[in-house]
Design a protein around this ligand. Structure first.
Ligand SMILES: Nc1ncnc2c1ncn2[C@@H]1O[C@H](COP(=O)(O)OP(=O)(O)O)[C@@H](O)[C@H]1O
Ligand SMILES: [Mg+2]
Length: 306
């Protein structure tokens, strides 16, 4: 499948400060891609470049095969986005707001307005004034507005900020539905891991303007929490024979001073104990890769998981 959005080493410098330090990732049709990172990490700045609100200092953004720097209008026509809180006229109805925004876009018909209203589940309330809407409904009206011109990519910057749990759930359900049923690629940002887990297919963690990891949520919340670990030992041959006997499913690779293996974090002490029990000298145990959760804890200083 072709990616609908590609970022290739995208950078942003403001004044002398490099705010985005070279970000690369792809997003595919029908997936919800989460952009996760603490406040100040660079989520909004990246998103502003994607929707054309800010120039790109270096690198490429390719939207449905079109380079945003070479053919801005064609590229950006594929994107619908809400960057700041959607500004709605509270004394107009939801429908009147959509008509108003529809006038700014070519070819928005009454049918399209009713279609987007249905997509976000507002058909029963669309003729009521926005001031009577809950925050979750306002956010959904914002999403409807962003969908008016039939984009292939929907970009939402912290769409659940300020919402109560019911509102968060509403937005999450509609985001998932749009990706699944309409084949939209959705990019959502957040600083909450728990929220991203429920909404996204893949999560990219951003820290200090750098993407420190991209991972499928199924890998992450599923069973596969394995990490790569290196052991330095005295008698490598003996160690390998002991471990392959005791743990037949372990994939072990011999290295210069020992071996490397992929294992669950919880297994490390057990493997070490087996070696020691068999009188193998263990000189060092080094964790080579980190799980997404490890990285996220680092990014947030341990305080971000709620
Ligand atoms: N216009 C600007 N001028 C200078 N610094 C900026 C500007 N916009 C954002 N920044 C800085 O860039 C960093 C990333 O900000 P932002 O993209 O808003 O992060 P996030 O959305 O992840 O919270 C922050 O350190 C912020 O202070
Ligand atoms: Mg932000």
């Amino acid at each position: 499948m072709q990616p609908v959005l590609q970022l290739k080493n995208v950078k942003k410098t403001i004044g002398r400060k490099e705010i985005i330090k070279g970000i690369t990732f792809d997003v595919f049709p029908g997936e919800v891609f989460g952009f996760l990172g603490p406040n100040g990490a660079g989520k909004t700045t990246t998103i502003r470049m994607l929707v054309g609100l800010m120039s790109i200092t270096d690198g490429e953004v390719i939207i449905k095969g079109t380079d945003i720097a070479k053919n801005f209008e064609k590229a950006v026509a594929n994107i619908g986005g809400i960057v700041e809180n959607p500004e709605m006229y509270k004394f107009l109805t939801g429908y009147q707001n959509l008509v108003h925004y529809g006038r700014m876009v070519n070819g928005v018909t009454k049918e399209r307005i009713l279609e987007v209203t249905k997509l976000v589940g507002l058909e029963k309330r669309i003729n009521e004034k926005v001031k009577t809407y809950s925050l979750g409904m306002r956010q959904r009206l914002g999403i409807a507005q962003a969908l008016l011109h039939s984009p292939s990519i929907l970009i939402l910057d912290e769409p659940t900020n300020g919402l109560d749990p019911a509102g968060i759930r509403e937005v999450r359900d509609y985001v998932r539905k749009l990706a699944r049923e309409e084949g939209l690629a959705v990019i959502v940002s957040s600083h909450l891991l728990s929220e991203m887990e429920m909404m996204c297919d893949r999560i990219g963690i951003i820290q200090n303007g750098e993407l420190v990891g991209v991972q499928k949520v199924t890998d992450f919340v599923g069973e596969d929490t394995r990490i790569r670990v290196q052991f330095q030992v005295g008698d490598v041959v003996k160690a390998l024979s002991i471990l392959s006997n005791e743990y037949s499913s372990l994939e072990i690779n011999q290295t210069e001073k020992g071996f490397e293996l992929m294992t669950d974090h919880d297994m490390i002490p057990q493997i070490n104990a087996s070696l020691v029990k068999n009188e193998i000298q263990v000189y060092g145990i080094v964790q080579l890769s980190k799980s997404l959760e490890d990285r996220f804890l680092e990014v947030t200083g341990g305080s971000g998981i709620e």
